[in-house]
Design a protein around this ligand. Sequence first.
Ligand code: GLN
Ligand code: ZN
Length: 784
Amino acid sequence: SVPAFSTIPRRKTLVCFKFQIRSMASHIVGYPRVGPKRELKFALESFWDGKSSAEELQKVAAGLRVSIWKQMADAGIKYIPSNTFSYYDQVLDTTAMLGAVPSRYGWGGGEIGFDIYFSMARGNASVPAMEMTKWFDTNYHYIVPELGPDVEFSYASHKAVQEYKEAKALGIDTVPVLIGPVSYLSLSKLAKGVEKSFSLLSLIDKILPVYKKVVAELKAAGASWIQFDEPTLVMDLDSHKLHAFTHAYKELESSVSGLNVLIETYFADLPAEAYNIVTSLKGVTAIGFDLVRGSKTLDLIKNGFPPGKYLFAGVVDGRNIWANDLDASLSTLHGLEGVVGKDKLVVSTSCSLLHTAVDLVNETKLDKELKSWLAFAAQKLLEVNALAKALAGLKDEAFFSANAAAQASRKSSPRVTNEAVQKATAAVKGSDHRRATNVSTRLEAQQKKLNLPMLPTTTIGSFPQTLGLRKVRREYKASKISVEEYAKAITEEIKEVVKLQEELGIDVLVHGEPERNDMVEYFGEQLSGFAFTVNGWVQSYGSRCVKPPIIYGDVSRPKAMTVFWSTLAQSMTNRPMKGMLTGPVTILNWSFVRNDQPRFETCYQIALAIKDEVEDLEKAGINVIQIDEAALREGLPLRKSEQAFYLDWAVHSFRITNCDVQDTTQIHTHMCYSNFNDIIRSIIDMDADVITIENSRSDEKLLSVFHEGVKYGAGMGPGVYDIHSPRIPSTEEIAERINKMLGVLDSKILWVNPDCGLKTRKYSEVKPALSNMVAAAELARMQL
Ligand code: GLN
Ligand code: ZN
């Protein structure tokens, strides 16, 4: 759907004002593919379930592509990307393009079809999926290529060329987008069995021939531009890696001659060395920079940009949902015009819009004022075009003044600023917050009160969320059932969960989180300063999307959020009941965060709100409180130079939440799997009494990490079984895991728990699994 204030259709303009069109240079790095109402998700899942055919899936996909291209053309975008659509993931698409299918999928050559493609993505009956990992510091996950010296590359997916032709048939000449060869290799891992010393970058000369073929076909099809995404350039790179860029693009030079080649970089500033390399690449005529996250890149550009090359200036934020400050962007752009020349400046997004929500038009529940502060992908197209038009001397005054009014209303709104919160936050900055005594003293005081056995058992919080339970929450939200009926249903559920845990013999119980849809949303809905969308979905992986809350104002907690349910649950048992909270860093990292104050300030505000909750739980007689920081590592900046600062305020925020509880109150924290090795010091510095960490997918790599924890003395609960799989682990298997851990960890500090929450599992899986877990703990206790 095209909002009413869009510009006149482009083709018409082309005829009348040829010159103006040439100068209105606008570009979009990439666009969400899932659809404004997650159409692709539903089409994919229906296909996977065997409920619809491949043709039906292809039809939905083609419809989405067409509507996106048309939307961009109608918005007046000049450089419209193609091949940014994907059935699953753009890195997997590249793997398919290069024919780099791991042998276990039994690919027999030829063009890669859905069967092989989705087997790699999701596994099949006999072979598990390829590994998935986070795309830089986003919440998007890509399928990790598995490469080694024996991989034979071949041109096995013509998707890029097909998409280019598909758009061309509609009269839209696009810029085909490929993941650049160096970034592709840098994002890969060594296939099983390959020598650790093997350099993935040494494969560059093997993959370039395929890239050359793709380029040749694109040229033959009429392409005049090509975009290589090389986000790896923003990382800390050694000279060996930097040299790979020079080598690769020199190799490609003759193939791309006659084409305009755009190298896109995004997600951070460019280090000076990388800037020097990318601006002097052979055959490259244009470079795109993220100017939202990269304020230092601007200085580099001002100090020198190669004459004759295009600068694609990413001034419209692809990672957030805020309306652009158009006046500020325009002045940045004017400054750049002076450096690179009027005809060489192109207005762009900071990165692909894949990482923002799709279209504000579908937000029926946000009020008008708040909506005026926002721009989703569809609105960002209009912003990019408005800026390009303004540069060309065709400023849409009405559009700009509406934007300026929205910026001003956001700045002065009492909904945004809460003096008391600002004051309280200012007071925590700079000072330290720690519990009064050390962890060993506290654990001793806690043990006196809790009287737990050795190797205590617990779970991470959620219990299976049955269809019935989801229905109850949905109907309550839609006011179809009364608050009494809702409370009764949730109470019943908690009763069941408590009873089950007592029967199983678990030592520290949970209430099961039946009242929560999502661990961030639940808190956001009760905190001030948060807003929620109905369709603000962002792809996380494959068909999975998340709908991050929007933090628009100072955060405070009007009233207790979990005390009612936690105390109710505690009243049902004599065993300790864990209070369950989501930590400030995780709430921050899984939300769209305001851009009008530093992230750490918002984080401190959330921390103070959670602190209120912790203290209310303690007052209400809850002696064990878990504060989940599932996403602590997710916020880690890409560049080493910025990591210490982040870790410092993130860990500080966590400590703020519980610094004032009594020694006898036991604070747990939980973290989902990520690469902890480099942040273990920070985890310990959180000063929690018990740390549970997802562990079973990591091949025991984490044990050395936990070893660090031993010196510190806190309780450690490395997950003893994988909750992501329906498989039921045997008692022996869990006991073996526990014994392995006892080889590294003191028996006095080891806890026994699953990897993560159980909400996605079925009771038929959870009951026997937990029963085996308790039996394994008992077995291990007897052997102590
Ligand atoms: N307490 C949450 C749960 O059990 C933690 C989830 C998570 O770590 N992602 O569901
Ligand atoms: Zn987890």
